[in-house]
Design a protein around this ligand. Sequence first.
Ligand code: SAM
Length: 228
Amino acid sequence: MPGRSFNTGKSNAGQASGATLASLDDSHVVAAYARWAPFYDRFFGAFTASSCRIAVGEINRLPPGRVLELGVGTGISLPLYDRKHRIVGIDLSREMLDIGRKRVADEKLDNVEALVEMDAEALTFEDGGFDAVMAMFVMTVVPDPDRVLAEIVRVVKPGGHVVLVNHFSVEKGPRAWIERWMARYSAKLGWRPTFPIDLVLGRPELKLIRRQSAKSFDLFTMLVFERV
Ligand SMILES: C[S@@+](CC[C@H](N)C(=O)[O-])C[C@H]1O[C@@H](n2cnc3c(N)ncnc32)[C@H](O)[C@@H]1O
């Protein structure tokens, strides 16, 4: 798969925020997560567990349906979904998915339909094939977030739900300074420490119905949208 760079100037949302994003491409992401995979759960899992519970809880409140999780990674969220839902997970990293597949087998998660190696920017699913889409800690990682949002809009049914959880950057204060300093290592880290929330807001097809802190030291925000 050819590597792609994300140029904020091409994104409507990016233009709205006037943000300059660090450039990532698929090869950065694949290499970074091949490195992270063996210890991802112990390192990030502990840090993101409460946000993950809150976000999956949001999906569990919905009637039974088919849920797509983008950037499902090691499948750390999968045991948390109510068995009334059928889950499809996709990710770009084979190493992360291998751990997810082992989890599905070990924990007998028979409501998981499939874990597939796929690019969130070019989903092979039909239009409107899902009742909900979840993406946790993914939008700051993908090379072209605007293209991923367009794909989300395409595959969720009208009236369906989209839950995003992410770290969004701030403009002022010590945290802003640390984020800007870390941004120079985006390619190595495989994610962007600087990522303004405006980049995922303002799409007319996604009506924001909730925005709340997703705990974990107030670093993460959950956004819940309805597909109009
Ligand atoms: C920070 S991890 C989050 C994993 C999981 N959502 C969690 O909360 O533990 C980001 C994941 O997004 C995946 N990813 C990055 N770019 C992607 C893309 N274009 N398509 C699909 N997955 C992607 C990475 O491989 C990685 O597994």
